[in-house]
Design a protein around this ligand. Structure first.
Ligand SMILES: [Zn+2]
Length: 326
């Protein structure tokens, strides 16, 4: 273990969903910054899982200024390439996602992405005729985005961003709310920026707060790691390996996400579970027999999650700002 490149300070906090403040232990030593270890706890009332104590605001700021975020810490350490190297692939995948969004919302116009990263998702929308804008905390990602694409990105927090009320047809928070210290407050800031009747799309990981994870956690000493391979072990968070910086300070379940979006003043239209598909299984042409088996398992589980026959590893929620709201 090495020293942290910045000072690490922590703070304790209550549950972001229900406000209760007497959680039970869930997973010890999940993340580290330098010599400081971070544990997961679980709310006894609403089952939200969260990092507690968490890094304080200054330490969170330092984490996001650290360039290793996108270079090394990206996507659970599962992918072969870092985020920026996957530009073309991710823009193509985003195009498919936008096709669906347009069908669901029957809209096209102006879109805002919270946590716009390198801008791939927004670039795919721009190519389809959307007017787009992004908000991003990481200076590294903002620099990259401005160098590659021709649309505005605000570096900083949403509350400081220069947007007029009622100015977006759609807002997206894709893998963002689990990083925030006040997810309800973030959604409440977002709501007035969306036109009445406009939409918000929220996507959050839910694997760590699922029966799968609890089962893996309980049985990890007897799981055949050779068969799983290092990438799946990393994805399933098996073993004592360093989970890296605690970027995901919140781990929602399905009910938490619905409650959060409703309580921020949105009308929930659709909630869907799914499983993120590891690129190394779905891009490669020549898969080993074991990996072909894993690919089949991933596809099967993804379908079961969509049908709510298995606990989801990721929740996608579409909501709208009610027409008659302030
Ligand atoms: Zn709670």
């Amino acid at each position: 273990m090495s020293a942290s490149p910045f000072p690490v300070r922590t703070t304790t906090w209550a549950c972001s969903i229900c406000g209760a403040d007497a959680p039970r232990a869930y997973r010890m030593g999940m993340y580290t910054i330098g010599d400081t270890r971070f544990n997961l706890v679980r709310c006894r009332d609403c089952s939200l899982v969260y990092v507690n104590p968490r890094p304080n605001e200054a330490t969170l700021g330092a984490m996001y200024r650290d360039e290793s975020d996108y270079a090394n810490g990206y996507n659970l350490g599962v992918e072969d390439q870092n985020y920026f190297e996957r530009k073309d692939e991710l823009i193509a995948l985003a195009g498919v996602a936008w096709e669906r969004i347009e069908q669901e919302t029957e809209s096209q116009g102006r879109a805002l992405e919270l946590g716009s990263a390198g801008g791939f998702f927004l670039e795919a929308a721009r190519c389809r005729g959307w007017d787009v804008a992004g908000v991003e905390l990481s200076p590294h990602a903002v620099r990259y985005c401005k160098g590659e694409f021709d649309f505005p990105v605000f570096e900083g927090w949403l509350e400081d961003a220069p947007y007029e009320p009622d100015s977006f047809d759609l807002a997206i928070a894709d893998n963002v709310l689990e990083h925030t210290t006040d997810p309800r407050g973030t959604l409440r800031q977002l709501r007035p920026l969306i036109k009445p009747g406009g939409h918000v799309l929220v996507i959050v990981p839910t694997y760590v707060n699922s029966a799968f994870f609890r089962l893996v956690n309980l049985t990890q000493r007897i799981l055949p790691r050779k068969l799983l391979g290092p990438k799946l072990c990393s994805m399933l968070k098996i073993g004592d390996s360093d989970g890296g910086y605690p970027y995901h300070i919140l781990e929602f379940n399905r009910a938490n996400v619905i409650e959060l979006v409703k309580s921020a003043g949105f009308e929930v239209l659709r909630v869907e579970g799914s499983l993120p598909r590891p690129a190394h299984l779905f891009k490669a042409k020549d898969l080993s027999r074991v990996n072909r088996l894993w690919k089949g398992i991933f596809v099967l589980l993804d379908h079961l999650m969509a049908l709510r026959l298995a606990p989801a590893a990721r929740i996608r929620l579409l909501a709208k700002r009610p027409v008659h709201s302030t």
